[in-house]
Each structure stands twice: as structure tokens, then as C-alpha cells.
Write a protein that binds this ligand. Structure first.
Ligand code: SF4
Length: 462
């Protein structure tokens, strides 16, 4: 199928293949407090980690980074492209949001809710209340962040905003390389932030950067193994962005002096293939390769289709042992789909807590839905006392409007089944309550399952 052909009348179907339609907004330019990581473009007129040729940034530039106008224009574009817009994941990109001044942060988030609600509210919480039953609901919210910006106070604020997922740049677990690349944080910050974020119920994504200066293929793989072997890390998601030399970055000025070369396509392919073999069942690779326009690159522009090529090769392998989530999702495996589904549970230690990863799979291991249940290590939020916590409930399939019917796993009752299992396991372990880190726009769903809003979580006595 060509990219432009319609699937169910929807252009670019991959965008909403996992059930929720993403809407990305970009922050106004601002330098990170610690300075500039050497590979970061760090421009003065565009957000620090982007170039003025990235599509999302170009759109935001035209609108002078006004978040209300960005939401309005993206919403209209998604509607025109035929995407469902009743379940939206708001994604905030461009810099370290939590480092902007507080008024900007609160106004930014409220602006997003107001536009999606079609009316202006007096306060953020009023806007969120309206959004619970609005036509365009924010069912998930992602904030890009740094490992050293996840204090208890910052985590509380992210919950106040309605965030459900946090992505942190960890690049490579190596303090020496952190120092040499001016990351401004240490492995210890990755460990602490991972634990706090998981204990607060967030879905946790890591950004990994193979091919940094002072690393090599073997070192990248060795450090990548640690991400899953050591329970201090174990993220739910990954973005894998091989290092590139971008115009105006500090690396652009020093790469000749330090004799640095980026990975070739075949090295990237090798690293990616080896990483895919390491990634466990509970982790999803959200994206591979950053889309940096060729004219902004001083190094050779690696092919953006490498992920697809690697996945195609891996799929061809007999008895392929790839466990990664995306490759197993129903949306990417519709041919000859067997409906002999069963519930599978994987239990693992994670950041001093216990995780249960429930999946609904068929006999070919195709994934229909998943739930992440956590018995936290430390509960620092009052509303989570005595609670086990559901960090994610996701039923896969092409995003459909809430009232639309279709051949799809979203409306087959898998969500309820997974929640029941989570309640049972938590109760058997002695927990009195189960909390869900629900996006504002999913609160109604949990109300129907007997959950009530406590603080920013949906909570039920079990
Ligand atoms: S933390 Fe991110 S945005 Fe800030 S300088 Fe480093 S790469 Fe750029």
C-alpha cells in the first residue's frame, strides 16, 4: 500500500494505529538550564532540540509558538485528514518544559484544554473538568523531560497538568560520556527519576542515543543491555535516535578536532537489530531516527527507513524471538488474524517495586491489549497511600470514534477484563485500593468501572 492510499478513509493511518490520535505542540525557544548537550542544535529562535526545518517546528514558528493557535490548527488538520479526534494524546516537545517559568507552564496546559473544550475556563482544573466529557478529550499527555527535573514537587506538577507519560533522555548509561557530552546529569538521576516516575504511575519512556562520541557499537550494546538487566531502569518505551551532527550544535564545531564520525547505515542497522533482540515483552519502541532535514546535517543523513528494513528482516526470521510491543500489535498484524486470545502475565522487579505486565495475545503472540500494574516502592503522594497503581491500560487497534463500531479490539471488552485482573492481583497481595493514572479524558470510563477521582487519580476500594 502506498503512503497516500486510504485505509478506512484515513490518510496516514499509522498516526492513529494504536488507538489514540497524537496532537503535538511545540514550546517557545528557551535554553536548557544546564547549557547545551553537544549534539543538540540549541538554536536561539527555535526550541533547543529542534531545527527550523522540522515540520512541527515550522508550523509552530508560523504561529509564533502560540499554543492555542497550534492546538486549533492541528485539530483542524487532523479532522481534515479524517482522523478520529475524540481521543487525543497531547505531546509537548521542544525543550525542558518543567524549566520554563511557572506561569508559562500553567497557561500552556490550560490553553490546550481550552481550545479542545471550545471555550475558555477560569482555571486549569475547571478546564480539565469540562474536558472529561468534551468532544475532544485529552486521554493521555506526554511531557519530554530530563532525568534531573523529576523531583517530587515536579512530579506533582506534572500530575496537576494531567500528564500520564514522561520521556527522559538517558542516551547511554555512562557517567563519563555524560560528562564529555555536557549532559549535566548522572546515572544516579536516571535511577532516581525512573523510580519516582513509576511510583507516581507514569508511563516511562527513555530516549537512547547510539553512536555518541566516545562510544562505539560494542559499548552501546553493552550499556543498552543494562537498561533491561538492571531493575533500576526498565522503561516502558524507547525512542532510539542515533547521534547525528546537526548544524549549529556544539558537536558541529568540535567533531573534526575529536575525530568523530557518525555511524554508517550498516552500523545503525546492526545496533538496531541487536537492540531489538534485547528488548523485552513489556517495552515498546516508539520511534527510531530523528527527522532532521538533510540540509541541516553535517554528517551523512542516515536513511529514515532503517527501522522498517530491520523489522522486515526480523519478521522473516524463522522462530523470530522479537518480543518488542509494536512489532506484535494487532494494528500491524491484521492478515490471517487468529482470535484465540488469552491473558498472559509477566512479573518483574522494577525500580524497587514490582510490576505486572498483563497482555491479551493470540496464539501467534499478536497483541490486542495490555495493562501495567505496579506495586510501588515508595508512595509520596497522599492519594496513593494503600494503593497499587495501574500505569497503563491500552487496547490496540485503529483509533475509532467513541460511538463508532468496527472490527477492532478496542470495543471487545478487553479493557474491563484487564482491569478485573489487576484488581484481583492487587487485592490478593493485600492492597486495599487500586489507583489508575488516568488521562483527564478517560475519567468517565473509570467512573463506570466504580472508580472515583482522588487527587488526580481514579481510585477504587477493592
Ligand atoms: S537536555 Fe535536551 S533540549 Fe536540553 S540541551 Fe540537552 S538535548 Fe538539548
Amino acid at each position: 500500500m502506498s503512503n497516500h492510499k486510504l485505509e478506512n478513509g484515513i490518510k496516514k493511518p499509522v498516526r492513529s494505529k494504536s488507538g489514540v490520535t497524537p496532537l503535538t505542540v511545540v514550546l517557545k525557544p528557551r535554553k536548557c538550564n544546564h547549557g547545551t548537550c553537544i549534539y543538540c542544535p540549541g538554536g536561539d529562535f527555535v526550541p533547543q532540540s529542534y531545527t527550523d526545518k522540522s515540520p512541527a517546528v515550522m508550523r509552530a514558528l508560523q504561529l509564533k509558538f502560540d499554543v492555542r493557535k497550534q492546538v486549533e490548527s492541528r485539530l483542524n488538520a487532523l479532522i481534515n485528514m479524517g482522523h478520529p479526534t475524540d481521543k487525543i494524546e497531547l505531546i509537548i516537545i521542544g525543550g525542558t518544559f518543567l524549566q520554563y517559568d511557572l506561569d508559562y507552564q500553567y497557561d500552556y496546559i490550560k490553553g490546550c484544554f481550552d481550545i479542545l473544550n471550545g471555550k475558555e475556563s477560569k482555571t486549569l482544573s475547571e478546564a480539565q473538568k469540562i474536558n472529561e466529557t468534551a468532544e475532544h478529550r485529552i486521554v493521555a499527555m506526554c511531557i519530554e523531560n530530563r532525568p534531573d527535573n523529576c523531583s517530587v514537587e515536579e512530579i506533582k506538577r506534572m500530575r496537576e497538568f494531567g500528564a500520564t507519560r514522561v520521556e527522559i533522555g538517558i542516551q547511554i548509561l555512562d557517567d563519563e560520556i555524560y560528562k564529555k557530552t555536557a549532559r549535566g546529569h548522572k546515572i544516579k538521576d536516571v535511577i532516581d527519576s525512573s523510580q519516582r516516575l513509576k511510583d507516581a504511575g507514569f508511563k516511562l519512556g527513555y530516549h537512547i542515543m547510539p553512536g555518541l562520541p566516545y562510544s562505539n557499537v560494542e559499548k552501546d550494546i553493552e550499556k543498552f543491555k543494562l537498561v533491561f538487566e538492571d531493575e533500576s531502569f526498565r522503561p516502558d518505551q524507547l525512542k532510539i535516535y542515533p547521534c547525528q551532527i546537526v548544524e549549529d550544535s556544539p558537536l558541529a564545531k568540535m567533531y573534526k578536532r575529536i575525530n568523530y564520525k557518525t555511524y554508517t547505515d550498516s552500523e545503525i542497522r546492526e545496533v538496531l537489530t541487536r537492540m531489538m533482540r534485547i528488548i523485552p515483552d513489556y517495552c515498546r519502541v516508539m520511534r527510531v531516527m530523528r527527522e532532521i532535514p538533510k540540509e541541516k546535517m553535517l554528517s551523512h543523513a542516515a536513511s529514515t527507513s532503517i527501522r522498517k528494513e530491520v523489522e522486515d528482516e526480523l519478521r522473516k526470521e524463522k522462530n523470530n524471538s522479537i518480543k518488542e510491543i509494536r512489532i506484535r500489535e494487532i494494528g500491524f498484524n491484521k492478515e490471517d488474524l487468529k482470535l484465540d486470545t488469552k491473558l498472559k502475565t509477566i512479573e518483574y522487579d522494577s525500580s524497587q517495586g514490582k510490576e505486572f505486565f498483563f497482555e491479551i495475545v493470540n496464539s501467534d503472540d499478536v497483541l490486542f491489549g495490555l495493562l501495567r500494574l505496579r506495586f510501588p516502592n515508595e508512595t509520596f503522594l497522599e492519594e496513593l497511600w494503600d494503593c497499587a497503581i495501574v500505569r497503563e491500560l491500552h487496547v490496540y487497534g485503529q483509533a475509532l470514534n467513541l460511538h463508532e463500531k468496527g472490527i477492532n479490539s478496542q470495543h471487545m471488552g478487553f479493557g474491563k477484563l484487564l482491569m478485573k485482573e489487576a484488581e484481583k492481583i492487587a487485592k490478593d497481595a493485600g492492597y486495599k485500593k487500586l489507583a489508575v493514572i488516568s488521562g483527564v479524558g478517560v475519567r468517565e470510563y473509570y467512573k463506570k468501572l466504580g472508580y472515583n477521582l482522588e487527587g488526580t487519580y481514579m481510585v477504587k476500594n477493592i
